[in-house]
Each structure stands twice: as C-alpha cells, then as structure tokens.
Ligand binder design. Sequence first.
Ligand SMILES: Nc1ncnc2c1ncn2[C@@H]1O[C@H](COP(=O)(O)OP(=O)(O)O)[C@@H](O)[C@H]1O
Ligand SMILES: [Mg+2]
Length: 369
Amino acid sequence: MNKRARGMLGILVREADGILPFSEADFCRRLCLIGQRRGMKVYVFTPSSVSAGQSSIRGFCFENGSWQQRMYAPPDIVYDRCFSYDRRTLHRKHIAMKRLAGVHQFSYLTRGLSGKWNVHRALLGCPELVPYLPDTLPYRTESQLELWLDSHQGEAFLKPQHGTHGKRTLHIISPSSSEKLLLTGRDGQNQILHRQFHSRQEGLNWIHSFIANRPYIMQAYLELVTSGKEPFDIRALMQKNAQGCWELTGMAARIGAKETLTSNLHGGGVPREAESFLRSEFGIGPGSRIADTVRELSGKIPVCLESRFGRLAELGIDFGVDRSGKVWVLETNSKPGRSSFFRIGDAVSARKSFENPILYARYLLLSKP
Ligand SMILES: Nc1ncnc2c1ncn2[C@@H]1O[C@H](COP(=O)(O)OP(=O)(O)O)[C@@H](O)[C@H]1O
Ligand SMILES: [Mg+2]
C-alpha cells in the first residue's frame, strides 16, 4: 500500500502576509502529514515561488512538527488550491504556471470549472440530469430580465457566474400585475440587503448597475427553505480515491438564518448531518429518499463534467431541496472546502477529504508508464 511514488505533488496556494508566507496553512499541513504517511512527496508553493528560468522552486513542507522552507524540484502534479478572486492574482498565477511548464512537464490534479453557465450547459448535455436543473439563462440586459420575470411568476434568482459564498446573489420579486419590485440579496461583503422600488424600471436599472458588467446567471427562484423559513442546501463532496474511482466522501446540510437568502457557511450558515436533517424536515421515508437522490446525482455529475472539461479529482456539489422535496442541482465547485465535516463531527469524512487528493495523486504517479 505504501509503495513510494516517484514524483512530487506541489500544492499551489495564494501568498499571505502572516507568519507564514502562504495561505491555507492548516489544510496544507494536513496534506504534508498524509503525504509522509502515504509515501508521497508533498510540498506547498505559491505563484511567487516560481522564478523565471529557474528549475528549482522555493517550497514549504511541514515535517517534524514545523514548517521547513527549501528548494525543491518542480512538481509533477500540481494541486491548485490558489483562489484567484481578482484579475491580478489570476494573471500572476498564469505567469507562474507558464514558467513552470517551461522548465518541467507537469499535470494538474484537477481542473477549475469555467463558470456557472458553462457548467450548467455541460450538465444539460447529460439527459438523466436535466430534470434536476433549474431553468437558467445568462443575464444580459434589463429588458431580458423583465421578459424573464413575466414568464416566471414575477420572480428570479440572480448570481454571479464566478461567485462564491453566496456573495452578490439577488432574489427579485416583481409580479406583472404590480409596478413594484422587491429585492433581497447579499452584497460583495456578504451582508444582507433589502430594497424596494416603486417602479419596476427603477428596480431593473438598480440591478443592472449592481451587476456592473460581471457575468451573471438568472435562475428560477426556488423555495429552498426549511419549514421555519431558513434557507438550506446540501453539499456533497465527491472525490477520486486511491484506485482512481469517484466516491462520495461525505454530505452535509447547511442551514442559514431565517430571511437571509443563502445557506453558505461563509454567510453565517451552520452545518448539520445531512440525512438526519432531511429526515427531520421531510419525514423519515421521504428524507431518506431525498438523500438517496442526492447520492445518485452526485455519482453522475462528476462523470458528466469530466466528459466535457477533462480530468477532475474532486467536486463540491450544492443541491437545493424545495418544499415539495424535489432535489435541484444548484452549482458545482472545483475547489471545495471541508470545514463542514469537522463542524458536524464527521471525522471519517473529514479525514478522507484530505487523504483522497493525496491518494489519487499517488495513484496517478504510480500508474504513469
Ligand atoms: N435558484 C435558487 N433559488 C433559491 N435559492 C438559491 C438558488 N440558487 C442558489 N440559492 C441559494 O443561494 C446559495 C448560493 O448559491 P450557489 O449557486 O451555491 O452559489 P455560490 O455558493 O457560488 O455563491 C445556495 O446555497 C442556496 O442557499
Ligand atoms: Mg454554493
């Protein structure tokens, strides 16, 4: 089992200004320790670790109880955990990876997905998933949103294509019988916002400037709330394992506060064990059937997306469940978090969530000709 894999796994993360010069230190520490136990050489690096024309990389490894900095050979596999929310980081990351490719041939453990609309379109290509996809279109203009409202009972849910954490989401209500437009949303800092407009046009103009040329999607508004009106979703973590096969690492429900629109942990949501939560909300039989549907869809989505985007290693899939118990696929994340498993005390899923990327990287290196 612990045959040593030839080759290195480099974990790419953002730079940081703290005691350590890189972010996600706890995540990286766990990966280094698992690497040592599982016969994989693992180190951490950032875009600034890669200097032009140099074949060695300044990296960090957690060993013997502390972080060690040294020069490493370039990685054979890169596990990209570098969140690039802004153009500058994206550009710097791009340059670094181009430099790296110039000195050594490497592959990515998993790919980034290219925005919610492209993912939605890819999922539409898999007929068995279509019934679970909410009606969705890319947002373009105020008048197109107005047409959408007229054909969707006066409601829409808008979200940024490259958004995360529920930030900049909007729920719009504007029945065609009334001139009013009501908004509940989250701003760029994830704070709740409420607006009321006496004229529909005034509301549509405000929305257009709030969107400010960012790529957005419009989606059918779904009542994804508990009986107590708290928004909730189900996060499933799918990962490839030591045999290179997809498996469901774990699931967690995330429950937001009443009238806060989103359930993301970063917006104040609280995680709960998924199946017991679903049983308590929908009844034992229906709750278990909803959990089964989530499991079944979770198995299909990674295969469907890989056929469109190429190799993936892990996906965090968000499912909504409406008041009738119908399951909806909300979005898939290619850089999923793991904190909900710790917070609900699911030690097995938490451990596996860190082990799987290492074991899959090891599998890739060992199966290289
Ligand atoms: N169509 C929808 N109708 C109602 N609520 C939604 C809808 N889509 C998403 N939500 C809520 O907003 C949250 C964030 O949406 P999501 O699509 O997961 O984007 P992200 O997490 O990337 O910001 C979801 O977890 C869910 O609580
Ligand atoms: Mg989400």
